[in-house]
Write a protein that binds this ligand. Structure first.
Ligand code: FES
Length: 59
């Protein structure tokens, strides 16, 4: 599933950035070497990052 259409970012790619230190949508995109274009994905991208952080904390 795509999180960001403008940059063709898949949810799994974004989740993987948490293991590399991302703590926000901006961090995650920076790890992927991209930036927001339209930013319509910002809230959902942050939700994905937050969800992955919770899962990581539970493990
Ligand atoms: S959908 Fe992510 S920047 Fe446009």
């Amino acid at each position: 599933m795509y999180v960001c259409i403008c940059n063709a970012v898949r949810e799994m790619e974004l989740r993987e950035t948490v293991q590399k230190g991302a703590r926000s949508a901006e961090d995650g995109y920076a790890h992927l070497g991209i930036d927001f274009a339209c930013a319509q994905c910002r809230d959902h991208a942050q939700f994905v990052i937050d969800d992955e952080l919770l899962k990581s904390a539970a493990n």
